[in-house]
Design a protein around this ligand. Structure first.
Ligand code: GLA
Length: 714
């Protein structure tokens, strides 16, 4: 076996194994010219001279790397194409392998050609050299006389040895997003719920800080499908994992010379448990998969739960004044500010008519940005540019700009009138771009956009796409969205943009390269947020997670929770407030002011530190706990929350993680409840070894009590 590790352009007459490595992980593909590409290994990093050990020990899978439908495999396939002459089969063999350095990574491109048809598939593997992440995707093209129909088109495929493998995935609905499910992986799984990210624990029940884990994230904001097949043939049993755009109702007619590029499937491997895989995702996210992570995120007040649609200039002024005096840095005016012919009084009209309602805001947006300046804070604004209402000037003027199924009556979402624009249509893409461009060009002081998306693509039909390409809707819609975002980012790289659609569970790495953050959930109840944020943190970094302190009783659950607990839950991500400060007492404002100042002092640790989850809320141990530590392990912030209270309750002793065992850390309790004394650990010094091996006792004797402990190396 020959191994080409050295970086070379085009290796012809190629035979051997392709080693694709990150600092701690490797994939081996067996690629011999004229033969099927094989997936042989994914795991701990190996060196070139150790490749033979993988095969000698029978650890090599040597199975098709990208199974195609028709001839070469009896398994389920990753690619199914119908040729121009009606033939439904593919038979791909390796033509060439290229490995080249690109920014921060080494890119391996394996070109495969069909033995009979002029049909090409290029497989890409981008291996980061500083982060344990390998992105894979596929390009399909052909030179046949007429279009080829793609019926299935996965981004990638990999294998896991069958054993006590567990799968962790996120399901969710509005208000209860990113609910974590972990279960033994058996049999075939189709469609893993709402989220296109999963983790596989290879050594039994998932552990936070130990055990081998493979994490996979499909970077596509449209419909996705992750399938797990089980194969016991050849005496060596494997799980075969396929991930790609969901092919249902999405047959794709590929014209000659057109290139069909699948979304990226990002793969990570860690020996440090689920937590290690999460930290890999977080690093990769901050390195570019989430926009703008080089800048720390501002503390904001968002107007929604404070005034809902009832936007009025005096209230906006008052809210800006209040958040500025509490030390906040940004005010965001939410829904309700727009509409001319149809005013946005409730949620059944006006989306698309992005002109100021001057009855509500006589001095317009300029008046508001001036006010923000006066108070020394930034200004942000809400829009929902992919949607309109049947009651809007936009739809009056452009009835053909919405997705609709021919002459059928429109199915409507929110407010009984909300429908999606047809982003397959370049004119509609222009319109959406201009919504943002006009706002930002006219009001350069707008520093932040909350980009909402409160709906689904309910009506399957595009008046732009030709009859024989109606089945491209789900794919072309999301390509259209990405095109718009690319234009926006080319012109406005510094505006912070929130993808709000995750209130509803829609966050996706398919769009996060253009968005700085996302709204974790419309549910701002601190207790339930502990669960939602826990699941979200499996794949997404704290810097991007918008977490707001809201009123008590909470508007979604009615739960009454102390302000301290609400802050302590929100400050583990990008802190904000979602409240009418006018209704807060002076004591509450005072506490908020101090908590905001505290957050500023720990912001770098929270937004850029490594996350260590310690006790899961799903384990129902009465408490949940997590911490962040800086990469050099000189600072950390530890959190623990009491979720329920019983007399003589057994609470765990919590062992910290992510510290340096040899360092000594001084503990300081932050956000001490008004009138309370700091906890018994305050001001004491402990070794990292003690904190991690022996752990700390808790003294939390009330429901919704919490501790935030800062650890500083001395
Ligand atoms: C969605 C968002 C909220 C708010 C409303 C406005 O529900 O998630 O935060 O912006 O829309 O209509």
């Amino acid at each position: 076996m020959v191994c080409f590790l050295s970086i070379a352009t085009t290796l012809r007459a190629w035979e051997g194994n392709v080693l694709i490595s990150t600092p701690n992980t490797s994939i081996i593909l067996s690629a011999t010219e004229g033969q099927q590409l094989r997936f042989s290994y994914f795991g701990e990093r190996i060196e070139e001279n150790q490749i033979h050990q993988v095969f000698d020990s029978w650890a090599g899978f040597h199975r098709p790397a990208y199974p195609v439908f028709g001839t070469s495999t009896y398994e389920i396939s990753a690619l199914h194409a119908v040729h121009a002459d009606g033939n439904q089969t593919l038979d791909l063999v390796v033509d060439k392998v290229e490995q080249n350095p690109v920014k921060d990574a080494i890119l391996t491109v394996i070109t495969m050609k069909d033995r009979v048809y002029p049909f090409t598939v290029k497989m890409y593997y981008k291996a980061y050299q500083q982060i344990d992440m390998i992105e894979t995707w596929v390009e399909v093209s052909h030179n046949e006389k007429k279009a080829v129909v793609l019926k299935r088109f996965d981004s990638g495929h990999f294998l896991i040895r069958r054993a006590d493998v567990w799968i962790s995935s996120l399901h969710g609905h509005w208000g209860a997003e990113t609910q974590l499910e972990s279960e033994p992986l058996v049999g075939i799984r189709n469609g893993l719920g709402d989220h296109s990210e999963v983790m596989f624990s290879l050594d039994g029940k998932p552990q936070e800080n130990s055990g081998r884990v493979i994490g996979a994230a499909l970077c596509w904001s449209g419909r996705t499908k992750i399938r797990v097949d089980m194969d016991d043939t050849f005496g060596r049993s494997v799980h075969s994992i396929f991930a790609g755009m969901n092919e249902e109702a999405s047959e794709y007619k590929l014209e000659p010379e057109e290139v069909f590029t699948t979304p990226v499937l990002a793969l990570t491997y860690s020996q440090e448990g689920i937590g290690g895989a999460s930290r890999n995702f977080h690093r990769w996210a901050r390195a570019g998969m989430v926009h703008g992570c080089d800048k720390p995120r501002d503390i904001l007040l968002n107007s929604w739960e404070g005034v809902y649609l009832n936007i009025k200039e005096p209230e906006m002024d008052q809210m800006m004044n209040d958040i500025a005096s509490m030390g906040g840095e940004l005010f965001v005016m939410d829904d309700g500010w727009f509409g001319r012919k149809y005013r946005r009084i409730n949620d059944n009209s006006s989306l698309g008519d992005w002109v100021v309602d001057t009855e509500k805001l006589p001095n317009g947006i300029q008046g508001l940005t001036d006010t923000a300046k006066k108070y020394g804070i930034k200004f942000g604004i809400w829009i929902e540019p992919e949607f309109t209402n049947t009651k809007s000037e936009l739809i009056d003027n452009h009835p053909d700009w919405v997705l609709r199924a021919g002459s059928r009556e429109l199915s409507c979402g929110r407010g009984g009138t909300q429908v999606a624009l047809d982003l397959c249509n370049p004119k509609v893409q222009d319109f959406v771009f201009h919504v943002v461009d006009t706002l930002l060009a006219n009001y350069p002081d707008i520093a932040y956009i909350k980009w909402d998306a409160n709906g689904e693509l309910l009506n399957y039909g595009s008046s732009y796409l030709p009859k024989d390409k109606q089945s491209h809707i789900y794919i072309d819609y999301h390509r259209g969205l990405v095109r718009v975002m690319e234009r926006i980012r080319a012109k406005y790289p510094d505006v912070v943009i929130q993808a709000c659609g995750s209130g509803g569970g829609l966050v996706s790495y398919g769009v996060m390269p253009y968005f700085d953050e996302f709204w974790v959930s419309d549910n701002t109840d601190a207790l339930q947020r502990l669960f939602i944020q826990w699941g979200t943190s499996y794949f997404y970094p704290s810097i991007a997670m918008a977490q707001h302190v809201s009123a008590s009783p909470n508007h979604q659950t009615g739960r009454v929770v102390p302000l301290k607990f609400r802050f302590d839950v929100a400050i583990t991500g990008r802190l904000g407030m979602e409240i009418q400060p006018k209704n807060m007492t002076d004591e509450e404002k005072d506490f908020s002011k101090k908590a905001i100042a505290t957050y500023k002092s720990i912001r770098p640790v929270i937004q850029y530190g490594d996350l260590y989850r310690l006790i899961s809320p799903y384990d129902r141990k009465g408490v949940t706990s997590m911490m962040y530590a800086t990469e050099d392990k000189s600072r950390a912030v530890f959190f623990v929350y009491k979720m329920e209270q019983f007399v003589n309750q057994l609470l765990p002793r919590i062992r910290m993680a992510g510290l340096d065992p040899k360092k000594n850390y001084k503990i300081r309790e932050l956000n001490v409840a008004p009138g309370a004394n700091p906890c018994f650990l305050n001001d004491r010094v402990f070794s990292g070894a003690l904190l991690m091996n022996t752990g700390i006792e808790l003294q939390l004797e009330r429901e919704y009590a919490s501790w935030v402990l800062e650890l500083t190396e001395i």
